[in-house]
Design a protein around this ligand. Sequence first.
Ligand code: CA
Length: 416
Amino acid sequence: MATPLTPTSAAVSHVGRIRASNQDSGYVGAHLFVVADGMGGHAGGDVASALTTQRIAEADAEYATPEDAEYALQSALISANGILAETVFEHSELTGMGTTVSGIVRVGDKIVMAHIGDSRVYRFRDGELEQISSDHTFVQRLVDSGRITPEEAAVHPRRSVLMRVLGDVDASPEIDTRILDARAGDRWLLCSDGLSSYVSEDKISNILQTVRTAQAAADRLVKESLDHGAPDNVTVVLTDIDDSNGGSGAPPAFVGAAAAPLSYDADAQRRPIRLPTLLLHPLKATAAEDSHFEPEREGYLEELIEEDRRRARRRRIVWLLLVAAAIAAIVTGLVAAYQWTQTHYYVGVSDGKVAIYQGVQQNIGPIVLSHVYQTTTIEVDSLPTFQQESVEATINADDLRDAIDIVNRLDDLARQ
Ligand code: CA
């Protein structure tokens, strides 16, 4: 597990608290540092990450220029991809295996990175943690294209779906490379998503700030993931940039699957043939708990985005139906209430004359709940004072007939 190495670098890999096997691999060498996170169910993931890490470790050398290192690192990744394809060809039970890989090489005051997948490369400098690698995930594409926010990506149901890995799918995978400055005092961290998905960048930053040696800091980072339940394998490779020109001379070391003997030959016979679930359900991830790669065939991203749109549309439709139902209920209630008010009549004044009103005297804000039903020729001024006041204050009627009776009585009084 923990592998003490040079004073300035360390690699730690842990199976975690849930998984039965460690499919991560890591490498720490004189100039090169690697993390790979394998996937593919059954025995595939550990084979993929181990073969890849072992192949890339062959590129651990002192390079004359960063460009030389970039070329060598990229070539090593392409070569590893070919090895995975050949291995699957000879062991069909490993079909569908793949691996992320992130590697950095130090060349003097430069760091050269090669990267594919969602393992991460971070640079910690002056108290600031910066993610140097980009996640080749479906949700990162959605974030990059402005379709969702990083906050939405963090809880997206497809957040673990990878768009690019090494494996048997693509003969020429697209690999990111970068050349960056390295300064004395920098800490460069490589990790699998078993760390970055469960431990916040604030926490990672805090540990890198406070824990002095590379080994102790790597141990603390892995412990932090374990304290968060470590549902996934977790691998951390850390190298501190010192004033030397790189190259500690310490023996190289592997951790995780790459540190164990490859086991796929032994149990090949008893491994069941994988069912083609991907063909039956092209938009569903395979059932294997740790297989979260979905190959990026022609139009696949569009299908995923369309599926995402459909989900958003469904949510919107359900929401609209609920709102419509609520509005309908309110409108129905208001109509019923209004109709109830219109069964009532009262007697009042309109243009100085007695009038029968339909509705109720009360208004709701600007909504008037009554209107003149019938005017009369009876002048209010011609009524005795008491009746004048009564009419001005309005006189309730039981119904239209009652209102007419009231008007008739007022008419009699007016004539007296
Ligand atoms: Ca993982």
